[in-house]
Structures are given as C-alpha cells and as structure tokens.
Design a protein around this ligand. Structure first.
Ligand code: ZN
Length: 380
C-alpha cells in the first residue's frame, strides 16, 4: 500500500508497505468545524484497464456532485481530478483520499483490493470504516512452494503477489528419483530422508522469520501431502499456527496460478479466524460485549482490548465537538461543556474512538461477515 501526500499524487500508485498506525490515529482525531474534512473512496471490482470510460464517468459525477453541494471545497476536489489518469491506469485498486485544504492535510492511500466503492463525503470528521475494512482485506501473508529440498518464497496481499527471488531456497538433499530401481541400499534412503527432515526444519524457521519481516499473520504452503505432514509438525513446534496448504501441481507454477490457489486458502483461514473470534465474543459475557451502547462505554473507559467490526447498526449518536461525550439522538446540548452536539454515524464513532485509544481493530470485508455483529473483547 502506498501512503503519500497528495503532492506526489501524479507519481506511480504502486502499493508499498503500510506502517503508519500514527497516521490512522491522526485521521481519527481530526476535526474540522467548517465541515470540510473530505473523505474519498474509489474502486472497481470488475474493471479492466481497457474499459475505463465507466470509471471516468463515475469519478466525474462524484466530483460534480461534491462541487454543487459543498461550497469552498474546490481545492480538495481539484486534487481528486488529478487522480483520473491514475485510476485509468490501475482501475482495480482501492483508493482513499483524506484532505482538508484549510488545514493543509492530505493523505492518499492505495491498496491492492478490488471492491466497488465510490464515496465523496464532507464533514467534521473523516469516515474511516471503509479504510479499516480495506486494510484488513489487504493484509499481507506469506506463500511458499516446497518440493524436494527447494522452496519458492512469495508475498501476497489482496490481488497482488510478488516473488522474493533472493530468498529462494535450494538444498542438495541427495534425492534421486531412481534410487529404488537401481537397488540402492536402504541406509542411503534413510540418509536422504534425514536430509529432507533437516531441510524442512530449517525451512520452517526461515518461513517464520519471513512472515514476521512482511508483517503477516498467515502462512500458505503449496506442497504435496507427505511434505505437509512434516511441515505442519515443524510449524507447530515453533509456534506458527495460522497455516494451511494447497496441492502443488508444479514447482514452476505462474504467479497468477499461485495467487488463485493461495488466496482461496488465505480466505478460508481468515474466515475461520473471524468465526472463532466471534464465538469467543458471544460466549464470554464477562470479558466481552456485543451491545453497541456498552461497547461505546467500554471504549470510553479504555477497557477494550480488541474490537471486532462486524455488522454495525445504521444509526446515529449526538457527539460533542470539544469533549469525548456522546448522547442519544435528539439531545441538543452537551451536559459537560454546554456545546451544541451534532449527529454522527455510530459505526464511525466506534472506529474513531477505537483508533484514538490504541485498540486493535479487526474489520472483515463485508463478504466475509456472514451476519456476524460488532463486538469487543475487554481487558478486564
Ligand atoms: Zn462536551
């Protein structure tokens, strides 16, 4: 993912690493009393580089609508217009722009996620829920192809995959396919097996280090069954537990083919993780909550350890612009500081409070939610 100031918007939008928790916290804490904090999301799931007219059209109609409804936003809208040519080049990327020209704040985020979205919103706060879901959908994971003492090393995120050629492993483990036919003594086969085991042991440790280096959580391996049985044991030994495999049809598979098989495994692992977490939340009434009002209170008190952003009710709360209070819809004045309160979507309120208090957020993409609601795991 690339995070850049809009001054560099005309440069390549090739996604690079995202390491800015601070940027998210800053976005969550931003407040514009003139209601001109601009949130822009754009992406196409089914677009191709050759049929860009529809994308151009969607983008222009978003901008012209913004123009007619928000006076004084011309500078920020102009920045969006400069995106047109980039979108045309890479229509299947997810893009987010957060800007407020008066505060000279501009962030541009690009993720390798194909999703149909077109949002242009001006308000007191940036809208961050969609960004959190796109970040989750583009979490990096490690992919390995393992066969006969050789391993290919790859990193996948969303619909992007790249091979790390310099980490490719090839060990001479003395495997000769004609051993049996040539009647080699049994002890030679035993030695070869030992070398395979040693290779897999070392490989599992290298795989764990690589996973850490890319900031990923899952390992997906393409290999044959016999190799997987041994590798699974090695991964368990060193504490790498979010792993699964696909059947390796050939060591020289193309990148699109690897991505197709690996991403299916990755999504399955993600869904299992979401379901397990949701079950923990809904089963543990003492240290978890799935009630929106309670979650808001726990966030206020700093009690939330992890927030699961499932389905969030489409309702609003009244928020005070100067203190951290919020009230039911219909409230006009903050009890604490007598300020006029304003309506804000409850989903955005939860996301902002969670980001501002350093809560770990798990925000599955909508197609993986299967009706799971929002919940919080508490610290105590
Ligand atoms: Zn207040």
């Amino acid at each position: 993912m690339s995070v850049a100031h809009l001054s560099s918007i005309s440069k390549s939008a090739t996604p690079v690493g995202f390491d800015s928790q601070q940027m998210l916290t800053d976005l969550a804490g931003f407040f514009d009393e003139r209601q001109q904090a601009m949130t822009f999301y754009f992406g196409s799931a089914g677009a191709s580089a050759s049929s860009h007219e529809q994308e151009d059209c969607r983008l222009r109609s978003l901008i012209s609508h913004g123009q007619s409804t928000v006076p004084g936003a011309e500078t920020d809208l102009e920045l969006l217009r400069s995106l047109e040519s980039e979108i045309r080049l890479h229509p299947r990327l997810f893009r987010a722009v957060f800007a407020s020209s008066k505060h000279e704040l501009r962030h541009y985020i690009v993720l390798p996620v194909a999703t149909d979205v077109g949002v242009l919103h001006f308000g007191r706060h940036f809208e961050l829920l969609q960004l959190m879901r796109a970040l989750e959908a583009s979490q990096p994971y490690a992919v390995f192809l393992v066969e006969n003492g050789k391993a290919r090393v790859l990193k996948a995120r969303g619909h992007a995959i790249e091979e790390c050629e310099e980490l490719r492993q090839e060990a001479d483990i003395g495997l000769h396919p004609h051993n049996e036919r040539e009647g080699w003594p049994h002890r030679v086969d035993a030695n070869a097996e030992e070398r395979v085991d040693r290779f897999l042991r070392q490989f599992a440790e290298n795989a764990r280090d690589y996973l850490w280096s890319i900031g990923g959580r899952q390992v997906v391996v393409g290999c044959r069954n016999a190799v997987w049985n041994k590798l699974q044991a090695e991964f368990a030994r060193i504490g790498v537990n979010k792993t699964d495999r696909f059947h390796l049809t050939g060591f020289g598979m193309t990148l699109p083919e690897v991505l197709r098989l690996a991403s299916a495994v990755h999504y399955r692992l993600q869904e299992l993780g979401y379901k397990a977490f949701w079950n923990t939340l809904s089963a543990d009434a003492g240290h978890a909550s799935t009630d929106i009002e309670e979650i808001l209170k726990h966030l206020q008190q700093g009690r939330v350890r992890q927030l699961f952003l499932g389905v969030v009710p489409e309702c609003e709360r009244m928020e005070c612009p100067s203190c951290d209070s919020w009230y039911p819809v219909g409230t006009a004045i903050c009890i604490n500081c007598k300020n006029t309160v304003y309506a804000t979507p409850v989903a955005e309120l939860i996301v902002r409070k969670a980001l501002q208090t350093g809560v770990e957020i798990i925000a599955p993409p909508p197609e993986r939610l299967h009706g799971m609601q929002t919940g919080a795991l508490l610290r105590y």
